[in-house]
Every structure is written in structure tokens, then in C-alpha cells.
Design a protein around this ligand. Structure first.
Ligand code: NAP
Length: 403
């Protein structure tokens, strides 16, 4: 959700059950990306106004401009966070809130629902480009409990938003570009939006998600959703009996390769001979007859017939030689990038850039700042686990506000 890249295919399938945007399935059938009825076009069900937010002071009237969601700006992350401190922002017309939630995926809406029901009238800063997070770019979600026939990702997110708004949550469709998370003299944290608006809150919940790292090779964008996938859990099912490969040498790649053997033989492509993945996963893959390895192999191009993937060109970095591997599907599992740039280093991150939370809680190192969902979860990264964590963040924030 917080990519600066306006190409929606870059935002594919982050959450549970998320097929890549418009995934072309292994059998050649193209799933709709479902984004037409999503929130990303600014037609979301939510009220765009935040004027009714708790204690809100009059602003410039432009907050919540739904048009901004179609403006192609990105949610939450800003490439230049060097001046992340918002302390110098003109806050004379700031809107004040008990609690602000940054991000509008399952974690964000769930936190908003709980805090709304608790009477806090939370403000959700939903992002400008793709409010609703990754599920907005998703077709059928089959692994969110309660929907035995599956649910369209955008429909699910719209329902979550509607439910949160029913209990008093309000929404701004814009991006946070700068923050000051330490309290000012009045006990408020400061968030500055891309529009220049300033929001102040006693507590902040960060739910900005993360995005898949991309290979950035020719053919990747073209065939994104047409055989290139970033989510094995989501799309593997559609590649039954097809020729598929996974790129990467970390836990994700190995886990994906092992998972995908349910559907087909898998080639694991990795750029060197050593793996980052844990030994147990490597051993398991090594002894799995359905997994073949192409090591010392860099994907230099994804080839296709104009409609879908037909293979990859592999480059051996040792001697520069190239070869071609015929494929129907390529799963890219080379890591994630959590969307935290806009925080400007004010919240402690782990080595991979995920927000660190305190034990089993959602508390960050900054009092009154909580984190939930993929931005704080390097392991599970599922819609339902994000929603659960959003619930926990709401309860943690409530305890903080009631202290
Ligand atoms: P990761 O550990 O960062 O591994 C990324 C892999 O992709 C590395 O092998 C890397 O190669 C390769 N890579 C990176 N950029 C590439 C490029 N441009 N072209 C080709 N290959 C590229 O990422 P991850 O596997 O997603 O794991 C992220 C974190 O989540 C880790 O802490 C991991 O332990 C955790 N995780 C845990 C589980 C679990 O079951 N507990 C499951 C998934 C993830 P090099 O090795 O050559 O750099």
C-alpha cells in the first residue's frame, strides 16, 4: 500500500489469499483484479471526511478528498524521510484526535473497528493510491474465515471499512509524509500529510504493510499477474501440473517451493550456492524429489508470448553464460520491504526493516505508538493474522489512552 511505485502490479498479493493483481492462472485463465469496485479508485464506501473526528479542529476543508486516491501518489511511505520530524510543521490548524491509524488494510480497519466501538472515534489515514491495502488488488480470497465460497478482496476491504465507519471511524485518503512521534507539550504526536494537513493524536497505530521486492528485470512488469506471482499461498493452487519455479534463497523461497510441490514440480532458482534459508527448510527441500535446483543462476529476463509467461533467461554470474528455462509460472520470493520510510527512524526496526514490537504486544519503542499487520510481522503476513494483530493494537492503544 505504501509503494511509491504507481504500478498496481507492484502491490500484488500481500495479504492472505491475495492472488496477484489480475493473476493469470496457470491454465491461462485471467482472474479479474477486482480493483474496479475497490477503494483504490476513490469510490470506497467510506466517508472521506475526517471533520467529525474526535476533537477535530476546523481545517482547510480538504481532508479526505477522495479524489486524491486516484492521484497516483502513494500511501504512507515517502522516499525522502530525511526530514521526518514533523515538529516544524505548521500545526496551528491541526486536527486533533485521541487515536490515528495509519494504513487501511485488515490490521488498520480492525483496529478502527475496535477503537470505534470503544468510543474513540479513530481517524484512519488510508493512503492516497490504494486504500484498503493489498487486498484491493486481489481477486478471490479463499482463506479468510467466514466466507466458505471465498470473497473478492475489494469487497472484503470495503466491508471492513463500512463496519469500522459504522462505529465512528473516519477516513482521510492521503499519505503521511512526516511524523513526530514523541509527545508535544500537550501530549500529542504529529502527522503531516502529503496534502500539507496536520493531524495530532495522543496515540498512533501503524499498519502500513509491506511490499514484495521485485527482480526489476525485463518482462516482470509485463507478466505480473500473467504468470509472475509474488504469493505462492495465494496463486499456487492455479498452477497445478504446470512448469513453475521459485526465485530466492531465503526462508520464503524455500517455504514457497515446498508449498508449491502440492501442485507441481518446482525449480528453485538462486543466484549463488549458499542459502539464507534455515537448514531445516533447505534439508527438506534437498530431499524432496519434486524440487530441482538451478544455482548460480540470476533471472535476467522473463519471457512470454505476449499473453503469459513462457520462461526465463538465466545468467550464470560466474562466466556470464545464459540459458533458457521454460516455465508457466515464476514465483518471486526475494524478500519484503516494510513500508516504514515515512517514520524517519523514530521507531525501532529489525534488521529486515520491520517494526519491532514489545513481546507479544503491539507496543513499539515509542510510548503511545503501536504497530500491527505486515509492517510489524515478518513471518505470517496473512490477512487474518493482520486483522488479529489490529485487534491487539486497538486494545493496547485503548489501555494506553485510558491509563
Ligand atoms: P530474505 O531472508 O531476505 O531472503 C531473500 C533471498 O532472496 C536471499 O536468498 C537473496 O539472495 C535473494 N535475493 C534478494 N534479492 C534478489 C535479487 N534481486 N535477485 C535474486 N535473488 C535475490 O527474505 P525472505 O526469505 O522473504 O525472509 C525474510 C524474513 O522473514 C527472514 O527473517 C526470514 O527468516 C523470515 N521468514 C521466516 C519464515 C519462517 O518460516 N519462519 C518464512 C518466511 C520468512 P542472497 O542470499 O544471495 O542475498
Amino acid at each position: 500500500m505504501t509503494s511509491n511505485d504507481s504500478d498496481l502490479s507492484d502491490l500484488s498479493g500481500l495479504f492472505a489469499g491475495a492472488t496477484d493483481a489480475g493473476s493469470l492462472l496457470g491454465d491461462g485463465s485471467l482472474l479479474g483484479n477486482g480493483s474496479g469496485n475497490g477503494l483504490g479508485d476513490g469510490s470506497g464506501a467510506g466517508s472521506p471526511s475526517a471533520d467529525s473526528a474526535d476533537g477535530s479542529l476546523p481545517g482547510n476543508g480538504s481532508i479526505g478528498n477522495a479524489d486524491s486516491s486516484a492521484a497516483g501518489t502513494s500511501a504512507s511511505a515517502t522516499p525522502d524521510a530525511s526530514d521526518a520530524s514533523a515538529a516544524s510543521a505548521n500545526v496551528s490548524s491541526a486536527h486533533t484526535h485521541r487515536v490515528v491509524i495509519v494504513g487501511s488494510g485488515p490490521a488498520g480497519w480492525t483496529a478502527a473497528l475496535y477503537l470505534g466501538r470503544a468510543g474513540f472515534k479513530p481517524l484512519v489515514i488510508a493512503g492516497a493510491l490504494t486504500p484498503g491495502g493489498q487486498l484491493v488488488n486481489t481477486s478471490t480470497v479463499e482463506n479468510y474465515p467466514g466466507f466458505p465460497d471465498g470473497v473478492q478482496g475489494p469487497d472484503l476491504m470495503q466491508a471492513m471499512q463500512k463496519q469500522a465507519e459504522k462505529f465512528g471511524a473516519t477516513v482521510v485518503y492521503n499519505d503521511v509524509t512526516r511524523v513526530t512521534l514523541s509527545d508535544d507539550a500537550d501530549g500529542y504526536k504529529t502527522l503531516v500529510l502529503d496534502s500539507g494537513e496536520v493531524h495530532k493524536a495522543q496515540a498512533v497505530i501503524l499498519t502500513t504493510g509491506s511490499q514484495y521486492r521485485h527482480l526489476n528485470v525485463p518482462g516482470e512488469k509485463e507478466y505480473g499477474g500473467h504468470g509472475v506471482s509474488y504469493c505462492a499461498t495465494c496463486d499456487g493452487f492455479f498452477f497445478r501440473g504446470k512448469k513453475i519455479a521459485v526465485v530466492g534463497g531465503g526462508d520464503s523461497a524455500f517455504q514457497d517451493a515446498l508449498f508449491l510441490t502440492r501442485f507441481a514440480d518446482v525449480t528453485l532458482i538462486h543466484r549463488r550456492e549458499g542459502f539464507r534459508a534455515s537448514k531445516v527448510l533447505v534439508d527438506r527441500a534437498r530431499t524432496n524429489p519434486k524440487i530441482a535446483f538451478r544455482l548460480n543462476a540470476t533471472v535476467s529476463e522473463i519471457t512470454g508470448d505476449g499473453q503469459k509467461v513462457t520462461g526465463v533467461t538465466l545468467l550464470d554470474p560466474r562466466d556470464g553464460s545464459t540459458s533458457h528455462l521454460a516455465l508457466d509460472g515464476l514465483f518471486v520470493a526475494i524478500g519484503m520491504t516494510p513500508n516504514t520510510a515515512f517514520l524517519g527512524g523514530q521507531v525501532t526496526l529489525d534488521d529486515h526493516g520491520y517494526i519491532v514490537t514489545d513481546g507479544g504486544s503491539t507496543r513499539t519503542n515509542v510510548p503511545g505508538v503501536f504497530a500491527a499487520g505486515d509492517v510489524a510481522d515478518p513471518v505470517y503476513q496473512q490477512a487474518v493474522s493482520a486483522a488479529g494483530m489490529g485487534c491487539r493494537a486497538a486494545l493496547d492503544a485503548q489501555a494506553y489512552l485510558d491509563r
